[in-house]
Design a protein around this ligand. Sequence first.
Ligand code: ITT
Ligand code: MG
Length: 171
Amino acid sequence: MKIAIGTKNPAKVEAVQTALGSWEDCSFSALSVPSEVSPQPFTDEETIQGAINRATNALEKAKAEIGIGLEGGVLETDYGMFLCNWGALVTKGNAPLIAGGARILLPHEFAVKVRGGMELGHVMDELLHTNDLSKREGAIGVFTNNWIGRKEMFVHIVKLLAGQYDYGQGE
Ligand SMILES: O=P(O)(O)OP(=O)(O)OP(=O)(O)OC[C@H]1O[C@@H](n2cnc3c(O)ncnc32)[C@H](O)[C@@H]1O
Ligand SMILES: [Mg+2]
């Protein structure tokens, strides 16, 4: 079974490969595809839409059986700005399967810069003097002192997607 992943970000690609490690006879291809939402989504809805678009575009581009899209975003609440992450699994002719990931509050000084129009990944690299942090532990890794890294967080989302897919196969 051919599985297309709608990104080349290693934190996401490795998460899919790890989460689906027990699925037999799978081949994975990681492709750069448009999310068709803003580079920094600002709501759950926009982040979900980005995940679905990545999954759909990857499915079509790779002519795969399954497309998987993972998207990071932020959302404003009465408590402050949370980071959020969503995943979608798309198969031809079916409604997308959707799953959400862990969310935590962003420290004020980081949220202020995101509100000002910067992508969270760029804010992280600027304030922490890092390079491409979002391809490794990500914001969630930094702000949880690496108890939960970005890959681990996405592994959970992909397992939630795979489980729903398995459930559907049994119907
Ligand atoms: O190449 P792609 O797949 O686009 O990977 P990305 O790192 O840009 O990731 P997203 O577009 O899904 O995420 C939107 C922004 O949020 C940033 N980000 C970094 N760590 C994050 C985290 O733990 N949770 C959510 N977003 C995070 C990310 O770098 C982007 O600037
Ligand atoms: Mg991006």
